[in-house]
Design a protein around this ligand. Sequence first.
Ligand code: HXC
Ligand code: NAP
Length: 284
Amino acid sequence: MFAPTLFKNRTILITGGGTGLGLAMGKALAQYGAHLILVSRNAEHLEHAAAALRTSKAEVVTLPCDIRDHTQVATMLDTAFATCGTIDGLINNAAGNIAAPTESLSPNAFLSVVGTVLHGSYFCTQQLGRRWIAAGARGTVLSIVTTYAWSGSAFVVPSACAKAGVLAMTRSLAVEWGRHGIRLNAIAPGPFPTAGAWQRLMPPGLEQAMVARNPLGRVGRPEELAHLALFLLSDAADYINGECITIDGGEWLAGAGQFNALSRLTREEWEALRAQAAGNNYGQ
Ligand code: HXC
Ligand code: NAP
């Protein structure tokens, strides 16, 4: 789909890059020549992912870090620059999420999710941006949010609050840092089955319900999201700044449109509705 050298000599840091969608983006970036820095808490699965990526000849550095802690983020970035010399792009992909009735959540449950998604994305972005600005270097930030960042969603309130914040950060800094040659964009995915999300969040039957209400009648494929990420991080998207691209098969719009339920009408029912409209006499 892209030129094989699209990311040659580019180094991209992916938080949560050892699993799920982060790893899928890492694989696609490696395929197009990128060097990768994978960051998350669990050194074991980071190493496992790096070993798989290195078989495709990619240069991969793994840096264990809990992004909720800004001191760990600072140390991680110092090590990343010392090891790789440069970082060209950041993907804020790491996340925590809890599906539960909000009244049942402890303060720490809220802090744990918001700490990873909002604070963690901010710490990585702010501390890397500060280094880019000081060095006069250009850079690109891509944050993985979700469609309920703007619609909200029952039962995932900490995540919804935090993702809305990440979207606000993206749009704010796109304007503030554009003059430094730093672009920030976001992707809002619909349902993409990953072990991390599905094992934590999906009770039996919910995936089928998501598929049933999706206009395209299916969930997403990780490589579809990865290709969008590659485009937004690449120079081909150099004039796209402060945008959020939804990749959900039309899911969130299907839930929003007042007349969307009419998609179940038969031909006879459409004709009956037309006849009903023709007979309109404004109630007189
Ligand atoms: C209520 C819960 C809970 C649950 C944890 N807690 N799970 N409360 N219901 N199901 C509470 C704990 O009791 C604790 O509070 C606090 O949350 C922190 O939990 P810990 O397990 O101690 O923390 P930690 O090990 O840091 O784990 C953080 C986590 C966990 C967010 C809870 O799920 C995690 O590590 N997630 C990372 C990966 C992830 O979530 N991936 C999914 C992303 S998908 P107390 O008060 O007891 O200390 C996504 C979009 C999906 O974001 C959209 C799908 C369509
Ligand atoms: P995932 O595999 O569970 O990914 C989450 C990653 O975040 C893990 O690699 C985890 O690794 C890392 N992480 C969690 N807490 C961290 C912390 N405090 N510090 C550093 N790293 C941390 O889930 P996924 O489905 O691929 O999700 C990827 C992104 O897509 C997330 O932003 C998610 O919100 C978004 N998204 C997913 C879907 C979907 O349907 N899958 C839909 C909408 C949005 P460690 O455990 O090693 O830390």
